[in-house]
Design a protein around this ligand. Structure first.
Ligand SMILES: C[S@@+](CC[C@H](N)C(=O)[O-])C[C@H]1O[C@@H](n2cnc3c(N)ncnc32)[C@H](O)[C@@H]1O
Length: 236
């Protein structure tokens, strides 16, 4: 790569576009680094999406991105640029709908977190993504919340943000990627069932075909089902 290419510019590396914007596209935030290193771009195609573009793209599915229990999976989630905005939008809805009751607000905020999923190849990105999402969630809950809310969120993120390969559908241990399907039953109880990701992707590929009815029951057998859990039980 020659020095005149965009990634060679240290300003680009730190997300600063020194040129005057010619269109209405916003200038990038100074703190928003879009690449970590040239090597990582070459090896893994690691270029992060700027916040203004994430917002614009999510506006294409605005209603879904704001619905508390819509499920979003990003199969190459990086440090969570998309998932953080999805979570922020969901939490705004939580505040509007449940803000008057601390009990409902906190439980629905956890449900919002439970509905974002990611796969990321690189361990440092996967960990950053979990931390970034945790910070968005904790900032919303406030500092005086009991510690089991944080421990529960850490458990959720451990299960929802997988370090693995979205092409082979295997995690970093070489096992099949599994995702939990979370649900809020009301009265402070959550349910969890785990599914293999490859089974879920097969299901979408047979939808609308003759195999659909035949295969449905096979693909929808959970690998694990848990009894209903409170937040405290979930945090253990
Ligand atoms: C172009 S970046 C995008 C990151 C994030 N989605 C964003 O928009 O800011 C692509 C990300 O995918 C990851 N990646 C590359 N190959 C992957 C694979 N086979 N499975 C999962 N993640 C992968 C890279 O490590 C990198 O973090």
């Amino acid at each position: 790569m020659s020095q005149t290419e965009p990634f060679a510019s240290p300003q680009f590396q730190h997300g600063i576009d020194s040129a005057e914007p010619k269109t209405s596209v916003p200038v990038l935030e100074q703190s928003e680094a879009l690449v970590k290193s040239r090597q990582r771009v070459a090896d893994h195609g690691e270029v992060f999406t700027p916040n203004w573009m994430v917002e614009a793209m999510l506006n294409l599915v605005k209603d879904e991105s704001e619905r508390v229990d819509s499920r979003f999976l990003e199969p190459a989630c990086g440090s969570g640029n998309f998932l953080m905005v999805v979570l922020t939008r969901k939490l705004k809805t939580v505040e509007t709908k449940y803000g008057k009751s601390t009990f409902e607000r906190n439980h629905h905020a956890l449900l919002a977190l439970m509905c974002v999923y990611g796969i990321e190849l690189l361990p440092d990105n996967a960990e950053e993504c979990r931390n970034n999402l945790l910070n968005v969630y904790l900032k919303y809950l406030g500092e005086d919340v009991q510690t089991y809310w944080k421990r529960a969120a850490v458990e959720v993120l451990r299960a929802n943000i997988i370090q693995g390969d979205a092409l082979t559908l295997k995690n970093s241990d070489g096992n099949h990627i599994e995702f939990p399907e979370w649900g809020y039953l009301g009265a402070g109880k959550f349910q969890r069932r785990d599914f293999r990701y490859d089974a879920l992707t097969q299901r979408s590929s047979i939808q609308g075909t003759l195999f659909e009815l035949f295969e449905e029951h096979q693909n929808f057998i959970p690998t694990n089902s848990y009894p209903p859990m409170t937040v405290e039980e979930l945090s253990k």
